[in-house]
Design a binder for this molecule. Structure first.
Ligand SMILES: [Zn+2]
Ligand SMILES: [Zn+2]
Length: 125
């Protein structure tokens, strides 16, 4: 395996191995343990390219750094406003929403994203 594809493989592995929806910085810290001379820029470039290849998702939240998700099929998230953790919700994606929007507009809907926010169990206790 070339050095380049090895780097990409390790980065993908790190993103897929967690449910924490990490930032690029977090991914970089993990990858460094395996490839000590990698740069943050290289990690960014690979995350971008993995996203373009459909291997990972990039999530953007208001005023926050991008977060990366190893699960690429549509699923809903809960974001804690206090600790900024992002949780996957075990809630079925409502495909009828797409149809409803298409019926009430002249838009073609590809899919939708749904994000709930509030406070998580840890922040409440
Ligand atoms: Zn919280
Ligand atoms: Zn997720």
């Amino acid at each position: 395996m070339s050095r380049k594809s090895k780097q990409k493989e390790v980065i993908l592995g790190v993103v897929k191995s967690t449910h924490s929806h990490p930032t690029a910085n977090w991914v970089y810290e993990q990858v460094k343990q395996e490839i000590s001379n990698i740069s943050l820029g290289t990690v960014y470039r690979n995350l971008k390219s993995l996203k373009e290849e459909g291997e990972i998702q990039e999530l953007n939240f208001d005023g926050a750094m991008s977060r990366f998700d190893g699960i690429t099929r549509n699923h809903y998230h809960f974001r804690c406003e206090r600790c900024e953790r992002i949780f996957d919700l075990d809630e079925q994606v409502d495909a009828t929403l797409n149809d409803r929007i298409e019926q009430t507009t002249d838009f073609e809907v590809i899919d939708h994203r749904l994000e709930f926010y509030g406070r998580c169990h840890d922040c409440l206790s």
